[in-house]
Write a protein that binds this ligand. Structure first.
Ligand code: F6R
Length: 369
């Protein structure tokens, strides 16, 4: 039931605030992270020396975002790998490796085979999954469910923000067990996390119409590029994937720092480029580097659409459009910056008259390898 929305995707994007809120619900108490599903696993978390995240598509991008949080908070090295690549390359893993799989459906065959393989190699396995009782959680030592609710549209949206949320909760839980953060530090981050749903709602209220209109004007566009740095990089990849998937437009995401190593050659007058700008408050260095990337592409005629924090005026002279996200700590920006990109992909596909829920050649759950 679309509940009055024009598509399941539209409904599910509108549920992004709830997807985060419900995934946090009952797992944060007085600033501390409480995950009953992980009771009795302290020894496991204390004993691991590395984390390998495996997933496919959008879930893998959530994993890439999660890597920053797990490394920064829990101080454990994290590798993120596509499940189908991991499974077929003789990876070095063992009992000190925690393999975290991420899957909305819990049935993705590529991910399932990788989890089984990891177990055979003696690794510990933890599943982040949105579907109760699905195969992947059943095949894993532990599970942390995302509570995004059923996702029907083929393109994953609300599950993505829920996956990042679950990874952040996991990172903070492990940080407590390993003593890499104080209770006060953890409380500061859980407070930020609890504030995210409201901030996503603000974006939906303030920017949805404008972004949809912008997408409508761009219905004839043949190629769109996305740039991001740090946690903005996986968000750029996610923005590009969503656009390819439902609007059939060529799209690519790049790490902004990589521009001068090749991709800048693609920039010609009129080329639309989305740029995710890090907050100037957390790291002026990172922020200024991205702003100088914007200047470089603007000088070559790119049509620049920036996603930037409210009040960041430095981007104004070099941008054609500025989409605003509320203030948040650096690690929480991806949960906000992705929202305009989901709206944009949906708006563009709709403007092209496409079925956003059922893109060609794709299935919601990929149960073959
Ligand atoms: C993109 C998308 C896919 C899935 C991928 C993994 O919008 O939906 O890339 O994210 O197929 O699916 P799950 O999470 O079910 O394992």
């Amino acid at each position: 039931d679309k509940g009055g929305w024009s598509s399941f995707m539209a409904k599910e994007v509108s549920e992004e605030p709830e997807a985060v809120a419900k995934t946090v619900l009952g797992r944060v108490r007085d600033g501390a992270v409480v995950i009953p599903e992980l009771d009795g696993l302290d020894e496991l978390f204390a004993g691991i020396s590395r984390v390998v995240v495996i997933a496919c598509g959008t879930a893998a991008y959530a994993g890439q975002v999660g890597k920053y949080a797990i490394e920064q908070w829990a101080r454990i090295p994290v590798d993120v790998e596509l499940a189908h690549e991991f499974r077929y390359r003789d990876p070095v893993i063992g009992p000190d490796t925690l393999v975290v799989s991420i899957s909305q459906s819990g049935e993705t065959m590529d991910t399932l085979m990788a989890v089984k393989y990891a177990r055979e190699q003696g690794a510990r396995t933890l599943s982040i999954c949105n579907t109760q009782g699905a195969t992947i959680p059943r095949e894993s030592d532990a599970v942390v469910y995302t509570h995004a609710g059923p996702e029907v549209a083929v393109a994953s949206t609300k599950a993505f923000v829920a996956q990042i949320t679950a990874l952040y909760l996991l990172a903070l839980h492990v940080a407590r067990v390993r003593g890499s953060m104080t209770a006060e530090q953890i409380a500061r981050e859980t407070h930020e996390l609890e504030a995210v749903p409201e901030k996503i709602s603000t974006i939906l209220e303030r920017e949805q119409e404008r972004i949809t209109q912008l997408a409508g004007w761009m219905a004839d566009t043949r190629s769109v590029l996305f740039l991001g740095r740090h946690v903005g990089f996986p968000i750029a990849l996610e923005g590009a994937l969503k656009l390819k998937e439902i609007s059939y437009i060529h799209a690519e995401g790049f790490a902004a720092g990589e521009l001068k190593h090749g991709p800048i050659a693609l920039i010609e007058p009129g080329q639309p480029v989305f740029v995710i700008v890090p907050s100037p408050r957390d790291s002026t260095l990172l922020h200024d580097k991205v702003v100088s990337n914007i200047q470089e592409i603007r000088a070559r005629g790119a049509r620049v659409i920036v996603i930037a924090e409210e009040g960041d005026a430095s981007v104004l002279p070099f941008s054609d459009e500025v989409l605003r996200i509320p203030l948040a700590g650096a690690l929480f920006e991806p949960l906000l910056a992705v929202v305009p990109l989901h709206i944009f992909a949906m708006g563009l596909a709709t403007a092209k008259g496409l079925d956003v829920d059922q893109p060609r050649n794709l299935a919601k759950s990929v149960t073959v390898e």
